[in-house]
Design a protein around this ligand. Structure first.
Ligand SMILES: *Cc1c(COP(=O)(O)O)cnc(C)c1O
Length: 355
């Protein structure tokens, strides 16, 4: 192994690369990881020396608090390679800020910006050959942090491990997506951790989502926990509704994650003179809109799929299929956004950051 020192990050390079074993034309989302990972530990009240090293399993004490009390948070972002072989990130500071907001909510150590950003950039540069050019090819980036401090006493850990791993991804077409509107289960509650990208939010979603899958639905649209009358998120994505030619989406709150894709789509739509209304949307409005034909589109928004059109929904055992539509706003906005991300259209918002 060849050890070098660059900007204070120690780099231990993998002796061989796995890249030739990867079928880049048939990637399944999030299953393949690049040759290296970034890692930085928080111990004795401070961040230790960051390191990039070969991607590999690691050891943890069985009493590590992440296993018992679930202090675990993550982010999801992407890198892109343009036709000049330059690498780009999309609004990375938003992810950094959200990561530390999540850390704060979960009583975890906050990561200094330099460690987050420099780790990210140097890791991407080192595994740069894994990022393929062309629209539809991206590098999915997964920063995460876990509590590594030991002991089963129920208090926050003193020690944390912050890591970044990379997974090459191809854009995928989700096909038909039928959703079930939640009438009993909730993703988040007032005063809870719904606004944090906390691992536990996902764990809590799996059971109700499995039930929905068994009933023939791909996802759950979550409603507010108190009344189940307001539409909040679709699976692990923010959700938009098009009624006639107006887009509606719920305001972010303690229960609704502040998605980067969501706010980018809102800004883009406004720039296109599409009316965007940010207010709680009622289940009853959706049902009415489906009945009278004013409901044209429903779509999820998030980094992984960017935009995920929903083809129909079920509520109180009635299934409402949306009509097939030409000039889908969801697909137009998706195309515009991915063009900006891949540097195929001018980024008049200043969202893309070269690395
Ligand atoms: C990550 C996430 C989103 C989407 O956020 P982006 O920043 O657009 O990727 C939406 N809802 C939930 C619950 C999430 O965890």
């Amino acid at each position: 192994m060849n050890t070098t020192q660059t900007n204070k990050i120690e780099i231990i390079k993998a002796i061989t690369s796995k890249i030739n074993e990867v079928d880049f034309d048939n990637l399944h989302f999030g299953e393949i990881f690049t040759d290296h990972s970034f890692e930085c530990d928080f111990t004795n009240g401070e961040w230790q020396k960051p390191i990039i090293k070969p991607y590999a399993p690691f050891l943890l004490d069985p009493s590590a608090k992440v296993f018992h009390y679930g202090q675990a948070i993550f982010e999801g972002m992407k890198a892109y390679k343009d036709d000049n072989n330059d690498l780009w990130l999309f609004r990375p500071k938003e992810n950094f800020k959200r990561f530390n907001n999540s850390a704060k909510r979960m009583a975890m150590a906050e990561v200094p910006e330099e460690i987050f950003m420099e780790g990210l950039k140097q890791l991407l540069r080192l595994d740069e050959t894994w990022i393929k050019k062309g629209k539809g090819n991206t590098m999915y980036i997964r920063p995460f942090m876990i509590a590594t401090g030991t002991g089963v006493i129920a208090n926050p850990s003193d020690d944390y491990k912050f890591m970044i791993i990379l997974s090459p991804a191809k854009s995928y077409y989700s096909g038909e997506v039928k959703v079930l509107i939640a009438e009993h289960f909730s993703r988040a509650a007032n005063g809870g951790i719904g606004a944090a990208k906390a691992a536990g939010n996902y764990a809590a979603q799996f059971y109700p989502t499995n039930l929905a899958n068994k009933a023939g639905f791909h996802q759950v649209i979550w409603t507010d926990d108190a009344t189940h009358t307001k539409l909040e998120e679709a699976g692990t994505m923010n959700v938009f509704f098009r009624i006639n030619d107006t887009l509606y989406t719920a305001p972010t709150s303690e229960r609704i994650l502040d998605g980067v894709t969501r706010k980018s789509l809102i800004d883009m739509a406004k720039r296109e003179n599409i009316e965007v209304v940010i207010r709680p949307v009622l289940v009853s409005e959706l049902v009415e809109g489906a009945k009278d034909g004013s409901l044209k589109e429903i779509f999820g928004a998030g980094t992984a799929a960017v935009v995920n059109p929903i083809t129909g929904f079920s509520y109180q055992d009635v299934y409402y299929e949306l009509p097939k539509i030409e000039n889908s706003l969801a697909l137009q906005l998706k195309d515009k956004l991915t063009n900006i991300q891949h540097k195929l259209a001018e980024d008049t918002f200043g969202w893309t950051v070269k690395i």
